[in-house]
Design a protein around this ligand. Structure first.
Ligand code: ADP
Ligand code: MG
Length: 238
């Protein structure tokens, strides 16, 4: 649509891919009118003082809500975390005691802890099982029996838990690779790969978020994703 393209241009949103959902053009309230978003989420966004979605949120949220895979590049501090946490919470709808349903991989423990805190902020008032993979947890007797709507971890800790057969990822519906450029810089590709393989649900939706999009990251995105939407905010490697 012409209107979507004009809007994207104005907000410096560059997209490629087939049949891309319209960006959010107004406030977060549009999530209710377009996607029937629950009140707790809008309340939490308002409580955080967020008036409008950031450009990456405007485009990535509708893409993920429509069930499409995406790889997205937007500058540091541009709100990438909620760009994926928000649609994941909406898609999961409510807590289930049904194994691990979403996995977010972060390059460092600090970033994983921070992302877990953000997930909790956004899900306040809803009893989602949000788990940060700690060292103790990787060793815990039978992780696969613990309810876990969203698991947040470094690739290393997940891989360790998989190897010890304590973690079953075969039901995961959403896999996010956050800060993918750093995952690469830190040499974590093999571990990421092991996690991608363990998430064997054929209807999984994968997404990749990054501050820069070096060729290696773009290549990874293209090899693991199907019919993905590519979203760049501003310029690819700025
Ligand atoms: P990135 O992952 O792109 O580096 P973050 O997701 O960490 O950025 O977000 C950076 C900061 O912006 C955080 O403090 C976050 O709470 C805030 N933020 C996220 N979304 C919005 C929004 N729509 N409006 C205002 N601030 C936001
Ligand atoms: Mg981030």
């Amino acid at each position: 649509l012409e209107r979507d393209n004009l809007f994207r241009k104005k907000h410096n949103i560059h997209v490629s891919g087939r049949n891309i959902p319209s960006p959010l053009q107004k406030s977060f309230a549009e999530l209710r009118s377009r996607y029937n978003c629950k009140s707790y989420l809008l309340r939490n966004l308002a409580g955080l003082g967020f008036e409008e979605p950031t450009p990456i949120q405007r485009q990535a949220i509708p893409v993920m809500l429509s069930g499409r895979e995406c790889f997205a590049c937007a500058p540091t501090g541009s709100g990438k975390t909620f760009a994926f946490v928000c649609p994941i919470l909406m898609k999961l709808q409510h807590a289930l005691k049904d194994g691990v349903r979403a996995v977010i991989l972060c390059p460092t423990r600090e970033l994983a802890a921070q992302t877990a805190r953000e997930c909790k902020k956004l899900s306040k008032g809803k009893k989602f099982y949000i788990k940060l993979m700690t060292k103790q947890l990787t060793k815990s007797a039978d992780f696969s029996k613990l309810p876990c709507d969203i698991l947040i971890s470094t690739p290393f800790r997940v891989q360790f838990a998989i190897r010890n057969r304590k973690l079953d990822l075969s039901k995961v519906e959403f896999l996010v690779l956050d800060e993918s450029d750093k995952l690469f810089e830190l040499g974590l590709v093999e571990q990421v790969d092991a996690v991608v393989k363990a998430c064997s649900n054929p209807s999984i939706v994968r997404s990749l978020f990054s501050a820069t999009l070096p060729d290696a990251v773009e290549e990874l995105a293209r090899t693991i994703m199907h019919d993905a939407v590519r979203i760049i905010i501003g310029r690819k490697n700025s």
